[in-house]
Ligand binder design. Structure first.
Ligand code: GRG
Length: 297
């Protein structure tokens, strides 16, 4: 195992502990809701957003423990978005990460409530965790950024654009806008709000990290579209697959596979260039950026 893989595995373990201890136990009343929340939030996944948080912390000399609560909150929000995205009223998926989706393992109403409660818990954690920051203004700044990133001008808005665009062809600018909102905003929030926690961070560093995260977020989505088209994602337990991908608004459908791959490559080069002034401490951010376009699921 490479040292990067060892680092990622130890971050994932730390994250799962951070999430598990903050979630109500499955024995706590109302048990079924709490079991559904735990099912959705502790069900594997790449933990890409938390890894970005831990890598940004390393680049800014912040101990990992300082951002455990931020990593847990962002992953809970991500888990909520996937639970709702899988519902019959949205993508109507039966499988997520190779296992029954939350509404299949429980029921639609419980899955809706589990998503709602995961989102609420995320903000509860951000509002209360002492290790995150001792500056109330920083705490409010973090909460405001994440609220914006996942609301109607962010992730939920992007999902609405996606649903409204079904059966229509989006042009390049519209496709990019949809993804910047739907998946990019939370990825960006993960990096930028970690920077907010670093007491000595400069404006230039914040801007460099913001640019890095914007490029990585879009490359993540382009590569996701490429995987859907090539079918690799299906092998990894996802449910879109090549046939369904052909009817969708995706980068390969608009630009072709080869051009999509080179767009993702350029975005990652651009992202990595913006880390220049952070030097060797940004090593894990560089490696995560490369992971975005080399992953097979
Ligand atoms: C329901 C408000 C609301 C929003 C849903 C993020 C999202 C918006 C939907 C996800 C739909 C989807 C499958 C998008 C493709 C890219 C993506 C975000 C994939 C899932 O994220 P990963 O790859 O998942 O980080 P893991 O399983 O690794 O956690």
């Amino acid at each position: 195992m490479s040292s990067f893989e060892q680092w990622a595995q130890s971050c994932s373990q730390q994250l799962e502990n951070a999430i598990s201890k903050r979630l109500p136990s499955g024995e706590q009343f109302p048990q079924r809701l709490h079991q559904a929340m735990r099912y959705a939030a502790l069900n594997g996944g790449k933990h890409f957003r938390p890894l970005l948080i831990y890598a940004t912390a390393a680049a800014l000399d912040l101990p990992r423990e300082r951002v455990d609560s931020l990593a847990a909150a962002i992953e809970l929000i991500h888990a909520y978005s996937l639970v709702h995205d899988d519902l019959p009223a949205m993508d109507d998926d039966d499988l997520r990460r190779g296992k029954p989706t939350c509404h299949k393992a429980f029921d639609d109403a419980t899955a809706i409530l589990a998503g709602d409660a995961l989102q609420a818990l995320a903000f509860r954690i951000l509002s209360a965790d002492d290790a995150l920051t001792d500056d109330p203004a920083v705490r409010v700044r973090i909460i405001r950024h994440i609220s914006d990133a996942i609301g109607s001008h962010g992730m939920a808005g992007g999902q609405a654009i996606d649903l409204e665009s079904e059966g229509k062809s989006l042009n390049a600018a519209e496709l990019e806008a949809m993804h910047i909102h739907k998946t990019g905003a939370l990825i960006r929030a993960a990096v930028v709000t970690t920077a907010y926690c670093a007491p000595d961070v400069t404006r230039a560093q914040e801007e460099a990290l913001d640019h890095f995260a914007k490029c990585v977020g879009l490359a993540f989505q382009i590569h996701d579209d490429v995987l859907d088209e090539t079918g690799d994602a299906e092998e990894m337990g996802k449910t879109v697959g090549a046939d369904r991908a052909r009817d969708k608004n995706t980068y390969p459908n608009l630009f072709g596979l080869s051009e999509s791959r080179s767009m993702a490559r350029s975005l990652i080069d651009d992202a990595r260039a913006s880390l220049h002034d952070l030097g060797a401490k940004a090593e894990y951010l560089h490696l995560l950026a490369e992971f975005v376009i080399s992953r097979r699921g």
